[in-house]
Write a protein that binds this ligand. Sequence first.
Ligand code: FAD
Length: 449
Amino acid sequence: MVGNRSAVIIGSGAAGTACARALASEGWRVVVAERDRVGGTCLWRGCMPKKALYSAARAMRDVRRAEQFGIHTGAISLDWQETLAWKWHSQETYAGDQEGAFAARGIAVAKGDARFLSPDTVMVGDESYKPEAIVIATGSVPIVPDLPGAHLGDTSEQALHYTEVPDSLLVVGGGYVAVEFATIYALLGADVSVIIRGDRVLRGFDEEISRLALRSLGTTCGRVLTNASVTELAGEPGDLQVTLSQGDGATETLRTQRVLFATGRVPDLMGLECQVAGVDTDARGRLVLSEARTTNPRVWAVGDAAGGLMLTPVASYEGRAVAAAINAGETPSLDYSAVPSVVFGVPQLAQAGLNEDTAGARGIEVDVHRQSFEYLGAAIIEDEREGFAKLLFDKANGTLVGGTVVGPTASDLIWAISLGIQARATREHVRAALGIHPAFSESLNWAGW
Ligand code: FAD
């Protein structure tokens, strides 16, 4: 492939797929380079398999709680192989025929490792390409701490494929992946400990969410250690000795079957040889970008590889936006003001747009309207009264700029807040859009009062 209106997209995840489809629909000749299974992290190693395990864990919780509703289920047992089979079934069903879907749109898939040969040439396997535009959509990789015996621990990818539910699991980290996996395995019966470097989980989330998440981890998991870190792993998976260091300098050795490092992710630029293409990276090894464009005007970056908000809908959004910019020969205008994000824990934790901290940091004064679930009909009926909904309105113009929902269905309700932010809804709009009774959405309507 050489020349005008041709593009090579490196990576077939959400970002690459969205970008490839959008360019192809404008008549571009598109090649997607992929070294692994077509579909990317969300499908094969992230959101989908995780949510399938989360659903199994929620089902387990529901069964354990069933007696409260007069349902006596007898002895509960878990057939983990069936759970894993369900997970695979969900993934495969959602994936469909990924390569066929590309082919149907006239998009070619080149299998192999892609790397730059020069500022305008990309090599995939044995084939070289000289397209008009090149898009880096290579995703991200987990960070594994640099400590003795770290190779004995797992990343989220391995934790999605455990051959059995571990009797004991130590989760290292306080981000959303840590909270989710700790919750999943604790509900499935593992004795889970969580170790957090600071005193807060879910940094970047609403402060109330962070506090609640820490408290609920304390209830679900055997032990939650804050201001502590792992300094060494020894033994072998199945029987690990973990040395922990606590804030006061004390050390402790803990035995556990598995250790899961959920300690963040970084853009995956390994092997791309960005330097030969004049694609600069900064001191932390991240791409230097200006509105998704690298320091080589022909080369763009989208999704996790761009190093911003690492979420599937954000990756797709960036892929589409950059495709439109490439097609129009313009700079993309990327708007992240209403991005919703969710932690699939118990309870579910969700936020969109600004929270009180981020609004304060930007000097935006907000009116906060909070509605507790304590006396919400649906919450009483389902005995989930700990949750709440919170709406933030900009004092200057009355528009919705952020919100938080904690509780069952928060992962669905938050979309309404995101839509409201996009639509610049005011309190009057929120009040006028009546809730459903008795349902959790009623909390959003009430929060408008
Ligand atoms: P990816 O999907 O990672 O795609 C990148 C592709 O590029 C990969 O297929 C890779 O093989 C390929 N590639 C890399 N380098 C090369 C190369 N040199 N040559 C050829 N191919 C290459 N997000 C949510 O929104 N909701 C969730 O619930 C959620 N849960 C998650 C749970 C886990 C455990 C993880 C790890 C992530 C989760 N995410 C979630 C994040 C989400 O999966 C990512 O943000 C999203 O997949 C990023 O898409 P992407 O297209 O940027 O990258």
